[in-house]
Design a protein around this ligand. Structure first.
Ligand SMILES: [Mg+2]
Length: 389
């Protein structure tokens, strides 16, 4: 028997986890400014044995009283994830708690025996050429932001495109999308460039964009348009002729998983993107054998909170077939994430129980900590945690 059966849930605390981006993050094809940070709800699960595990919530949680007194083993199986629907919103926190109780990093609990540093990209290159509205910075702003993220250790960039959907005329937007892509390619001739349209193109317009950047060797194209079999078939065919190594990534927004799997079976999708928290780690684990059989890669969506990239990195370290991790640059109040180190475009996952991050300290929750993604501070150990593996 593992420790999971010996620990019962004693209480559940909730709070807001506040993150700060390194700069104002601008628009994507659909949405206005993303601001300078984000706040998300988290829960800390305390057991009667004195252990704690925590993580962002998948959705609203009441006071959690229905779970009080339940053995952790009744809610969670380390080999599969959450086993009781009543605990679904605690998917991330239960993965952390189980890792703590077993004295294992999440990636090892999931069965990893491979590399613990995973490739990642900066997901923070938005349409900053368009702001400030009264006196836009132009394309220099995009290059400046790439340089800032390069200095922080990122070695791949995802560019937001689709300016013609809402912010410019279709023609001017397309022209700017092409110009930005080419400028970043010229500035970083050897680094992977990903582009993300947030479904802001029509199928034909996206093919026009793609043809104009056919020599840029894009790493992947993400959500160019709402998933559509005919449009994806045309995209796939064009890529086959012009840039066969470029991957097609989709499934972030309102994923219809059976439809996505159909598209994947037909060879129209290469990478699936369902969110690491809202779709969930348990659901990803359940899906993974099928994806592997189809030759489809995974890269769970993480935008919003820097800590989501760390969850994703754990899954990626386990799976070995996560093509790259979406990194959300920034720092988070009240927690120490310094076990995770970004170096030369790879994110190192720490050999610490659970996700390797102690629960937020309520008293410190408003104080910014310097230990963000990429800060090579000394590794901490979780107070009161079981012996290290
Ligand atoms: Mg996206």
């Amino acid at each position: 028997m593992t420790d999971l059966g010996a620990h019962r849930i004693a209480r559940i605390e909730q709070g807001d986890l506040v993150s700060h981006y390194p700069r104002m993050i601008g628009r994507n094809s659909h949405l206005g400014s993303h601001g300078t940070g984000h706040a998300s709800r988290y829960a800390v699960i305390h057991t009667d044995g004195g252990a704690a595990g925590w993580g962002l919530l998948r959705g609203p949680l009441d006071d959690g009283s229905a779970l009080i007194g339940r053995a952790v083993a009744d809610l969670f199986d380390p080999t599969t994830g959450v086993t009781d629907a009543a605990a679904n919103v605690l998917d991330i926190a239960l993965h952390d708690l189980a890792g703590v109780l077993l004295g294992q990093p999440v990636y090892r609990m999931l069965g990893a025996d491979g590399a613990t540093d995973v490739p990642c990209y900066s997901g923070a290159i938005y349409m900053d050429d368009l702001d400030p509205e009264e006196d836009p910075d132009g394309t220099d702003a995009v290059l400046r932001n790439c340089a800032q993220d390069h200095d922080a250790g990122y070695r791949a960039f995802k560019l937001k495109i689709g300016r013609g959907y809402r912010w410019m005329t279709p023609e001017a937007g397309l022209e700017r999308d092409i110009a930005v892509t080419r400028l970043v390619r010229e500035a970083y001739p050897d680094l992977p460039i990903l582009v993300d349209g947030n479904n802001g193109f029509t199928g034909p317009d996206f093919l026009t964009y793609l043809d104009a950047v056919r020599d840029c060797g894009l790493f992947w194209v993400e959500e160019p348009f709402q998933e559509d079999r005919a449009d994806l078939a045309a995209l796939s065919e064009q890529l086959r002729h012009t840039s066969p190594a470029t991957l097609i990534a989709d499934g972030e927004l309102d994923p219809d998983v059976p439809f996505l799997l159909d598209l994947a079976r037909e060879g129209l999708l290469d990478v699936l993107l369902m969110d690491i928290v809202s779709f969930g780690m348990t659901a990803w684990r359940r899906l993974m054998p099928e994806l592997r059989g189809l030759g489809v890669m995974s890269s769970p969506h993480a935008w919003g909170d820097p800590i989501k990239s760390l969850y994703t990195a754990q899954l990626a370290a386990r799976l070995g077939d996560d093509v790259t991790v979406e990194a959300v640059p920034g720092t988070t109040d009240g927690i120490d994430t310094s076990g995770y180190v970004l170096r030369d475009g790879r994110l190192h996952v720490p050999d610490l129980p659970g996700f390797g991050i102690a629960p937020p300290s309520p008293s410190a929750s408003r104080a910014a900590t310097p230990g963000g993604l990429g800060s090579p501070h000394s590794r901490h150990r979780r107070p009161g945690s079981p012996s290290q593996p």
